[in-house]
Design a protein around this ligand. Structure first.
Ligand code: DSN
Length: 431
């Protein structure tokens, strides 16, 4: 006999599901609103940050959040994956189109660090095997061999850096270290290097010593996509990137593999190797951002990012500041603030007071402790996303100059703060 029990009321559950954040959780909603306000009224110069489109936010806040999809398109461990399969395939197709490559793509890494970890494993390295990467204090990334990162803990690392005088990579020196050290893997790529990377040269060095070449293009991916930095494709065995820096997508990572054998290993190292369920809402947002980056407006945007970075570095030099390596070919540069008697940390704090956000940084051959640093890293991707260009970049350099040189002059600081705020008001975000 059929049960006569009444069906559950949908009223209470639906009511909960459909409530807007501001109604459901005013406390958290206030934090989000305050963060939006901070972004609106702050000049954001952190080189690894950006301001994504509302379409990217919408995809990331979509119902794809609800879906488990361990595995890969067509080979999942859960039912009901037909729509998320399409989203992942779209992201893969667009990534290949964007970088004009037939390398296989894995769009599942939750972050750049996880993408890099999967590459170490897919490259067939055993614990203790030798890896050559750029040292952290000369601009490399934690995952390129820093002693407290998995890369430095699990592998034997040698590092290259920049020259003392010109502060650029000396490729002869990289070749010399590689020949002596005989690494299995060479990493090219940086988090804080303002000059063009010579991928053919790295590939030649790798070939000479029988190493695999792994390019981490996280910082410059947008420039590569726009044709404003030489491409690593055709030179590297693996290419990784984050998707949220110059690429202007959601926070996440991605791996490209040249050979089908490596691609297979990458897939199994990402899942089930180091990750479980992929974040399908993030993968959807990656697809949206790659679609945006395929548009001509993105090329214009990246051109403005590069021109603004160069103009700002030039203005700093004109104002008497030391720019590491003497300038920039990309979206960022480091300013040696210690040359004007202020540590990186002091500069970061003082600039925060006037509404300018930067991060302190070690500069090559730094004599300051890591917590202080002698430099600040400055990047233009976020400000250019809100519409800034060369004139605003020059104005920002003047504001920073005023703030740091007149750091004890309350009137000068108040003036810089008012001018920074006025610039933000002229270029609103999300409005
Ligand atoms: N933490 C990032 C940066 O700021 O460059 C690198 O992953």
């Amino acid at each position: 006999m059929a049960s006569s029990a009444p069906l559950s009321s949908t009223l209470s559950t639906n009511h909960t599901v459909k409530r807007a954040l501001g109604v459901a959780d005013p406390e958290l909603a206030a934090i989000v609103a305050a963060e939006e306000h901070r972004q609106q009224y702050t000049i954001e110069l952190i080189a690894s940050e950006n301001i994504v489109s509302t379409a990217v936010l919408e995809a990331q806040g979509s119902v794809l959040t609800n879906k488990y999809a361990e595995g890969y398109p067509g080979k999942r461990y859960y039912g009901g994956c037909e729509e998320v399969d399409k989203a992942e395939e779209l992201a893969i197709r667009r990534a290949q189109q964007l970088f004009k490559t037939d390398y296989a793509v894995n769009v599942q890494p939750h972050s750049g660090s996880q993408a890099n970890m999967a590459v170490y494993m897919a490259a067939g390295l055993a614990k203790g095997d030798k890896v050559l990467g750029m040292s952290l204090d000369h601009g490399g990334h934690l995952t390129h061999g820093y002693k407290l990162n998995f890369s430095g803990l699990d592998y034997t690392i040698a590092s290259y850096g920049v020259t003392k005088d010109a502060q650029v990579i000396d490729y002869d020196e990289v070749a010399r270290i590689a020949a002596e050290f005989q690494p299995k893997l060479i990493i090219a790529g940086a988090s804080n290097y303002s000059r063009t990377l010579d991928f053919p040269r790295f590939a030649a060095i790798a070939k000479q010593v029988g190493a695999l070449l792994f390019v981490d293009m996280a910082h410059i991916a947008g420039l590569v996509a726009a044709g404003l930095h030489p491409s690593p494709f055709g030179h590297a065995d693996f290419v990784t990137t984050t998707t949220h820096k110059t690429l202007r997508g959601p926070r996440g990572g991605m791996i490209f593999s040249r050979s089908p054998e490596h691609a297979k290993k990458v897939n199994s190292r990402v899942f089930p190797g180091i990750q479980g369920g992929p974040l399908m809402h993030v993968i959807a947002a990656k697809a949206v951002s790659f679609g945006e980056a395929l548009r001509p407006e993105f090329t214009e945007y990246m051109g403005r990012v590069k021109a603004s970075s160069a103009a700002m570095a030039d203005e700093f030099k004109r104002l008497g500041w030391q720019v590491v390596s003497g300038g920039t070919d990309n979206h960022l540069f480091s300013l040696n603030v210690m040359s004007n008697g202020v540590t990186g940390k002091q500069a970061e704090d003082k600039l925060h007071e006037v509404g300018i956000t930067v991060n302190k940084n070690l500069i090559p051959f730094d004599t300051q402790p890591a917590q202080a640093g002698s430099g600040i890293r400055i990047g233009t991707p976020a400000v250019c996303s809100r519409g800034f260009g060369v004139p605003e970049a020059v104005e920002i350099a003047r504001l920073i100059d005023q703030t740091l040189k007149k750091r004890d002059d309350a009137a000068a600081l108040a003036d810089a703060k008012a001018r920074a705020r006025a610039m933000c008001e002229r270029f609103p975000i999300y409005r």
